[in-house]
Design a protein around this ligand. Structure first.
Ligand code: AMP
Ligand code: MG
Length: 474
């Protein structure tokens, strides 16, 4: 019996130049390797039904669930600043949308075979990036950061050719939507104003119902991105490939290709093997967001009756990102320092600590976590500099007025004890490739409660364990 899901497919009702109807390509021998029961329940789905043969057949793309209207979405984008007029879902198929508690969720299969947007690609994914995205997106969610989520991972029983033959897999991704800055760019580049109007109306109704027209939408998206990226910075997350096609207008983190979390702190840190010039380095993420948002603003201009006036207002809104980001960043780092009030020098205090970390590339996560219980000193190289900073910080905490235990509690719920460190993810992937999923499940469980202590997973890579490059999720 085919699995039936309660789909309501609003995107498939938009102008059909925004997508191509595309059924997922069946795979040889699907095997469920991970199912997110919490998320399934939140979507109103029955985990047992998803685990059944019919459920797994649906999650593998072999038998699309009843109610699905599978499509590959069209989009364009700037990749590393270079314009690509047509990208689109080259290996993903949107099955449909599920509405629960007033929230609409895309259910998408990633690695579901070739589509009209595949260009030279095989439309498939291998197990490594699928498990990486599963772990990291779920970790982000548990950290309280807006993100797409992972509902399931299925091994396909097929091999995909990369540098070597590797086991294939399909990820079921759930998102508020998969609409990107690049989706708008796709229509803008084709001078498709009617399409832009339809997409804009759709996005406002779906994500920002209070936004007043294109200008309100721009303002809301700028705000959502400022909030999002400040939260990335707070946990040491490096997206790695902030192309305009990888920026979701919903404000969720999307596309976990070459992403990584900082172990040792330095603002210039880059992991992505294809980011040769450090365009998407840790500390450059806010300015890249502005660049992307400027592209978004450009796409909305044709919808404005007085274009010249709109250019000025849109420019102001995009430029305002800096101020909004700074405010969000300060909110994040104040709580990381256990502060509940605002003083003018707080940004300087936070930066001073970051500078001390950067000098010797000390561990970002351990030191912030260690502020609450005094163990930060175990991980700091320049003790005199840290002690000096500590005095300033202690004085500031005294002025803050919050009881010490409340400061500690605040720090413990804003400085994670565990993050998905790269070397752990690599370990998990290697084990899974050889058929052992125990490390995956253990890491996944720890990442589900990141503000508790998980000594086994807290440690940074030992000498020789460092992973210095991550590769695009192809
Ligand atoms: P990404 O680097 O994941 O953001 O992907 C950039 C573009 O390449 C998107 O249009 C993807 O759909 C496409 N793409 C990535 N991997 C594959 C693949 N294996 N087969 C077909 N298209 C792909
Ligand atoms: Mg992408």
């Amino acid at each position: 019996m085919t699995l039936a899901l309660p789909f309501d497919n609003s995107y498939a009702r938009l102008p059909d130049r925004l997508f191509a109807r595309q059924r997922p390509a069946p795979v040889a021998a699907p095997r469920l390797v991970a199912l997110n029961e919490d998320l399934a329940l939140r979507l109103g789905l029955d985990p047992a039904a998803l685990r059944s043969d019919d459920g797994v057949a649906a999650l593998a793309g072999n038998v699309p669930p009843e109610g699905a209207e599978p499509i590959a979405q069209a989009y364009a984008g700037h990749q590393f600043g270079g314009w690509v007029p047509q990208l689109g879902d080259g290996r993903a198929v949107l099955l449909g949308e599920i509405v629960t508690d007033g929230h609409r969720h895309d259910v998408q299969l990633k690695g579901a075979g070739r589509t009209p947007f595949s260009r030279g690609g095989d439309g498939r994914a291998w197990l490594g990036p699928v498990l990486r995205e599963y772990l990291v997106s779920e970790a982000m969610h548990a950290l309280g950061i807006p993100t797409t989520r992972a509902l399931a991972a299925v091994e396909t029983g097929e091999t995909v050719m990369r540098e070597a033959p590797l086991p294939g897999a399909v990820l079921t991704r759930v998102a508020a939507s998969h609409i990107r800055v690049g989706t708008f760019q796709y229509l803008y580049a084709r001078q498709d104003t009617d399409g832009l109007q339809a997409l804009t109306d759709h996005v406002i109704a779906r994500h920002y119902p209070d936004a007043d027209g294109p200008e309100g939408l721009l303002d809301a998206v700028v705000g959502a991105q400022a909030r999002l990226i400040a939260r990335w910075m707070g946990v040491g997350f490096i997206h790695g490939v902030m192309n305009t096609d990888n920026m979701a207008v919903s404000g969720e983190t999307i596309d976990y290709g070459p992403c990584a979390f900082l172990d040792s702190y330095h603002p210039d840190t880059v992991f992505s093997s294809i980011d040769r010039y450090g365009r998407y380095a840790y500390a450059r993420q806010p300015e890249i967001a502005v660049w992307n948002l400027a592209q978004f603003a450009t796409c909305l201009l044709p919808l404005m009756p007085d274009r010249q006036a709109a250019v000025e207002r849109f420019t102001d809104i995009v430029n305002d990102f800096g101020v909004r980001f700074q405010a969000e960043w300060l909110d994040v780092f104040r709580t990381k320092l256990g502060l509940s009030t605002a003083e003018e020098d707080d940004a300087a205090l936070a930066h001073r600590l970051l500078d001390i970390l950067a000098t010797n590339r000390d561990d970002f996560t351990l030191i912030f976590r260690g502020l609450a219980d005094g163990s930060a000193t175990d991980h700091v190289t320049d003790r005199p500099a840290f002690d000096q900073w500590h005095e300033l910080w202690t004085a500031r905490r005294q002025r803050d007025g919050l009881a010490e235990e409340d400061q500690v509690a605040l720090m413990r719920r804003t400085n994670p004890g565990v993050i998905p460190r790269n070397h752990r993810i690599e370990e998990v992937i290697q084990a899974a490739v050889s058929g052992d999923y125990a490390p995956f499940h253990a890491l996944h469980a720890a990442l589900g409660t990141p503000y508790q202590d998980h000594p086994v997973f807290a440690a940074p890579p030992a000498a020789g364990e460092e992973v210095t490059a991550t590769f695009c999720g192809t």
